[in-house]
Design a protein around this ligand. Sequence first.
Ligand SMILES: [Zn+2]
Length: 353
Amino acid sequence: MLVATKAGRLVLAENASGKNGYFCPGCGEPVILRKGQHKIAHFAHRPGSKCQLSEGETAEHLLGKRQLFQWYQQQGRHVELEVYLPRVNQRPDLLLVDGKKKVAIEFQCSPLSLQRLLERNTGYRRCGMQFHWLLGAPYQGRHLRSAKIAQFTQEVAGRPGLLFWDTRVGRLVVKRDLARCSFIRQPGLGPRATIKYQMRRLNALQYGSGHSLPVQQLVGELAAYRPLAACPLVCHDVMPSWPTLDEPVILWRMRVIRALVKRPLFCYWPVDVWQEWVAEVASNHWLGYGCIDATIMHQQAITALTADLLSYQYLLACPGGYLLFRYPRWFDSVQEKMNLLNRGGFSQANALK
Ligand SMILES: [Zn+2]
């Protein structure tokens, strides 16, 4: 940590001199000043300390915290370092104070479970604070898992995003380009190419050597329907979406379709009942969110699927709800589906068959 108390006053490690007399603002135990040419001045608990705030801090964490402190100061913000909140026994890395509004800023460089993130955020809420989580280098790799993206997703200017602090250049980075179509990393393929690519991947996952647990589970559940690549076109998510599920959206859509065709034709759902029903179909596949309301995120996947079901006229919009108008049908073969795509399309007219 960068701050300790000495003789009842807070001192910043880089301004501290003398080896002794520093105490942890949280637990009150004596802490040691660490200073050297090649390290950032900081205080450390003694080995074996039971203080909950004495998590091992990496050099990156200490550096980023100090950079952020200066960065906010340069913007004329009122910012405090490592303010201990006795009520919840937490100590955010930084605290922004703007009149009555307080925002806890956390710079996260080490692994953190969703459970602990939720606990910390509950603590901040209890103190009437907002919070932002900025991620460090270990999270900046190219392949951040969907569950981690969801965990740290924040609302940035009204839209989902991830926040990173890059200590190499001392800069805040907002990442928004994490929306994807199933199986596809690079956006911009166009609907038909997206469908064809997803079909190839479904084939590879179902019949290839690469074992894919979600796909094999789904194949088991959909025993009556094979192959997966012959699924109805409405299953293909051709619009990129922010991660909401622990499996590709296309598999989730197949589950919903499977449940849908078991319902009687012309059955009617009020809008809210429909949304609950769809959410239920794959309830154990929804990702958990740590910083924003999960139901809002899940809603996006449901809204996108509902829009596609309406546009293919499987559902009809009725006052206050939806009517099941006809059943999505699996293609007899992958070839039949390919022929349709090659003939020009996946337009509604072609899908009405
Ligand atoms: Zn302590």
